[in-house]
Design a protein around this ligand. Structure first.
Ligand code: KIV
Length: 277
């Protein structure tokens, strides 16, 4: 049985929660095999898969497509899908309908960017029975428009706003909160102040769990290299080397060899040759 929202909540104060993004069947299968607790079908897929500059152009159609593929690859992990920009802001009914579409596509829960200002919408999704992960701190869908990439909660006032948002999200029933690019001190205050897990991205050690973009940890995405990412591989270099080697083998005739080819029976070949002659 895949992990549920309840399983994730129960991990608080007992075991660190691990999450990683996945947007397709193969990657989801590999990350699930590695034992992560949550596969996040992030709208970051708009950047690392579709090549957009940011997550703003991502649509519900993109997210359903990614979610269907990733959820087919999982066995044990919980699948959480991002609600893309403008898929939940227009009305509560729009938000409920789109959250439902992601669940029908294979998600076990949805993630929504926003704090206090979005709490009533989140409550209405939770009330229809869809688990929601909150997302505060740096919010790529809107903070990018307002001020660009910036560490959050650096001042007392900003920290208090964020703590209030975390409390408000807890109150309306989210099962966890992603904290993006929040100072580690404020992440600790929030983590200690709420009963549900915090999942940090660039928010330091004290969160209950961590999430990163899979293309970042594998060294596949070269455009942006955030300071908070630990790169465990430099896969893009390896891929370029492998494809170059393949190209050179084809050009020089080293590939394919008989090992990679299929043969006809000798007698059948003789019959064919005779016929052609
Ligand atoms: O879209 C995304 O990948 C995210 C992050 C929290 C990883 O929202």
């Amino acid at each position: 049985m895949p992990k549920s929202a309840r399983d994730i909540v129960l991990m608080k104060n007992s075991k660190k929660i691990t999450a990683i993004t996945a947007y397709d069947y193969t990657t989801a299968q590999l990350c699930d095999k590695a034992g992560v607790d949550i596969l996040l079908v992030g709208d970051s897929g708009g950047m690392v898969i579709l090549g957009y500059e940011n997550t703003i152009p991502v649509t519900m159609e993109h997210m359903c497509f990614f979610t269907e593929a990733a959820s087919r690859g999982r066995q044990n992990a919980m699948v959480v899908a991002d609600m893309p920009f403008m898929s939940y802001q227009a009305s509560k009914s729009q938000a409920i309908e789109n959250a439902g579409r992601l669940v029908k596509a294979g998600a076990d829960a949805v993630k929504i960017e926003g704090g206090n200002e979005i709490k009533n919408t989140i409550r209405s999704i939770v009330e229809v029975g869809i688990p929601v992960m909150g997302h505060i701190g740096f919010q790529p869908q809107t903070t990018t428009l307002q001020e660009g990439y910036k560490v959050q909660a650096k001042t007392k006032e900003a920290a208090i706003r964020l703590i209030k948002s975390a409390k408000a999200l807890e109150e309306v029933g989210v099962f966890s909160i992603a904290l993006e690019m929040v100072t580690k001190e404020v992440s600790k205050i929030i983590t200690d102040a709420i009963s549900i897990p915090t999942i940090g991205i660039g928010s330091g050690l004290y969160c209950d769990g961590q999430v990163l973009v899979v293309h970042d940890i594998l060294g596949l995405y070269e455009k942006i290299k955030p300071k908070f990412v630990k790169r465990y591989l430099e896969l893009s270099q390896e891929i370029v080397k492998a494809v170059e080697a393949y190209k050179n083998d084809v050009v020089s005739g080293k590939f394919p060899t008989s090992e990679h080819s299929f043969s006809m029976d000798k007698s059948e070949l003789e019959r064919l040759k005779k016929e052609i002659a």
